[in-house]
Ligand binder design. Structure first.
Ligand code: SAM
Length: 237
């Protein structure tokens, strides 16, 4: 991978890390918030993601890779999974995930870790039987995405349930028309930050098929979006 793209990727991780930063004040405020019994049901950005996570409830060990602030881990634990491992390379993600896990009463089911990019390589083979990964491999260089996929395949047991969510596809031409910068005809930058790889459904299907058996490619929308264009790959390892 060229050095520029590698640096762009590192800057994007810094960007995510800043996104998850919480002040002591905000932490204390969140800890004191009253949480309704059903509030966790509103954490998913789309109902199809909420429903898809039910598929992982019966797994023995689920990995939420690139967990961000941990919304999926919390839903997965609430759906009934007793052991969720949530990891992210953005250090602040652990503070947020631990905090929300506590607030929603599922700390005993979620083990969150801030990890290095080498963490996956160090994990024993066949250690998980479920995987959730939302908006991770489509916001980074494809070389890194493929490295992650091959390691995920190794650490998943055979026939594990694999759920991969992704942003929608836009072409380089549309991205530029909308005012984004496009590099190498493949990567979209917003305000100088790498935010998306411009990979079509067909291309992702081809890439993911090297590692998993794709059972279904569904599409979904976030609240307020008119069309269901975001991608949801339901696979088996
Ligand atoms: C768009 S955010 C998605 C976060 C979360 N999964 C969600 O759906 O809200 C992308 C996340 O991937 C994480 N990430 C980037 N590179 C990673 C890597 N090599 N291993 C694990 N996580 C990574 C970022 O730190 C960031 O939290």
């Amino acid at each position: 991978m060229n050095k520029d793209l590698e640096n762009d990727y590192r800057s994007s991780v810094d960007f995510w890390n800043k996104n998850y930063e919480l002040t002591e004040e905000a932490i204390a405020e969140t800890m004191n918030e009253e949480v309704g019994e059903d509030d966790w049901k509103t954490l998913a950005p789309a109902n199809k993601l909420f429903e898809a996570l039910k598929e992982l409830a019966s797994c023995e060990r689920v990995l939420d890779y690139g967990c961000g602030h941990g919304w999926a881990s919390i839903i997965c634990a609430k759906h009934g999974c007793k052991a969720v491992k949530a990891v992210d390379v953005a250090e602040n993600s652990k503070t947020m995930t631990d905090l929300y896990a506590k607030v929603f009463g599922v700390s005993d089911r979620i083990d969150c870790e801030a990890v290095s990019t080498d963490w996956l390589k160090e994990q024993p083979a066949e250690s998980y039987d479920g995987l959730f990964m939302s908006n991770v491999i489509d916001v980074m260089p494809l070389e890194i995405a493929e490295d992650i996929l091959s390691n995920l395949k190794r650490i998943l047991k055979k026939d594990s349930k694999v759920i991969i969510g992704m942003n929608n596809h836009i072409t380089p031409e549309t991205a530029e028309k909308r005012g984004f910068t496009v590099k190498e005809g493949k990567y979209l930058f917003s305000n100088g930050i790498l935010r998306l790889s411009l990979v079509s459904d067909e291309e992702w299907t081809e890439i993911l098929s090297k590692y998993f058996k794709i059972e279904k490619l569904d599409h979904f929308a976030w609240a307020g979006e008119e069309k269901e264009t975001r991608r949801l790959f339901l696979c088996l390892s």
